[in-house]
Write a protein that binds this ligand. Structure first.
Ligand SMILES: [Zn+2]
Length: 326
């Protein structure tokens, strides 16, 4: 749980101001069926990130892989390829999305997670280019992958192979955000207080158009959003509905939507996932998301233990070369 705060003395664009006024309650289940760490997409960063201390025994086979991949600050200089599954793999030849484009800005620079397969970088540039047609000036891009992918010390269970990206549900403002703002401002919470629908004061037709534009790209395998957002998309889509089949309700996506690309066609070490069932997914299959048990789950009587996550040996063998590359 985090509380959004104001960046001191900065004038923010209206949508950002609105977001800052709301209490940010984030439950960051990433897409891998468990949460990798306590940090959420809305956690603030710092303009002065400190390097992690070196590991005492980096060769110890019991070292969690996140401790190894979390310490890599540059890509593995190998041919670009995705290795493994979105929630259990790594990335060779990663490419950074430039932190500023005409129609995008990267947020939370201290995390150094603006890396991806070149296909993902090109996809984001294309989508950002389409943003002005949707009514947004551009995109604010959140986490992609670490330079070499792999498990992360905080925040996500997926985003490991360079094919996942989080896009804020906040339009890019008409100026370049400062470094401090990129660490401290919160994205827009679009889900209503009762969790049963979107907040009509915040949700706009442009939100629908941006998500639709992403879903219509043939490379996109899935888009994850909060169930209340899926419900709103179902209502607002009109007669052109085929794209809705790619939009999957999932926990934690109240402030951003998560785009997942299919495996690049020539990447034989990349494990895809089954395509979503045909149909818009707007009928009864949405109902269970709005039951009391899902909306207000009972807290577990025993506090959940932090999970160390996979070790290097649990990842595909090629991830060792990715890690050891100079
Ligand atoms: Zn995500």
């Amino acid at each position: 749980m985090t509380t959004a705060i104001k960046a001191p003395g900065r004038r923010l664009e209206r949508p950002l101001q609105r977001a800052l006024g709301r209490r940010a309650v984030a439950c960051a289940f990433a897409i891998g069926f468990f949460a990798a760490g306590a940090a959420t997409a809305q956690d603030r960063g710092t303009v002065d990130p400190q390097p992690l201390p070196p590991l005492a025994k980096p060769d110890d086979p019991n070292t969690p892989a996140k401790e190894l991949f979390g310490r890599k600050t540059a890509a593995a200089p190998l041919q670009a390829r995705t290795i493994g599954f979105y929630a259990k793999g790594c990335l060779a030849g990663g490419m950074a999305l430039p932190i500023n484009g005409k129609t995008w800005q990267v947020m939370r620079l201290s995390r150094n997670r603006n890396w991806g397969h070149p296909d993902l970088v090109r996809f984001l540039e294309k989508l950002a280019d389409q943003a002005p047609k949707t009514g947004w000036r551009g995109l604010l891009v959140g986490d992609m992958s670490q330079p070499r992918g792999g498990p992360m010390l905080t925040g996500h269970a997926s985003h490991q192979v360079g094919l996942d990206a989080d896009i804020w549900l906040t339009p890019m403002p008409d100026r370049e955000l400062t470094r401090l703002e990129r660490e401290e401002i919160s994205a827009t919470m679009v889900v209503a207080e009762d969790r049963k629908d979107v907040d009509p004061n915040v949700w706009t037709p442009a939100h629908v158009q941006v998500i639709k534009a992403a879903a219509q790209h043939p490379q996109v395998a899935r888009i994850f959003v909060n169930a209340a957002i899926k419900k709103a998309l179902c209502r607002d889509a009109g007669s052109d509905r085929a794209w809705l089949s790619k939009v999957q309700p999932w926990w934690g996506h109240d402030y951003h939507f998560h785009v997942r690309l299919s495996c690049p066609s020539d990447d034989h070490e990349c494990t895809g996932q089954p395509v979503r069932p045909a149909g818009d997914g707007c009928g009864k299959e949405l109902d269970h998301w709005f039951t009391a048990a899902v909306l207000h789950p009972k807290p577990s009587p025993t506090p959940s233990k932090p999970r160390p996550g996979p070790k290097l040996a649990d990842l595909p063998a090629a991830c060792r070369q990715v890690l050891l590359a100079p």
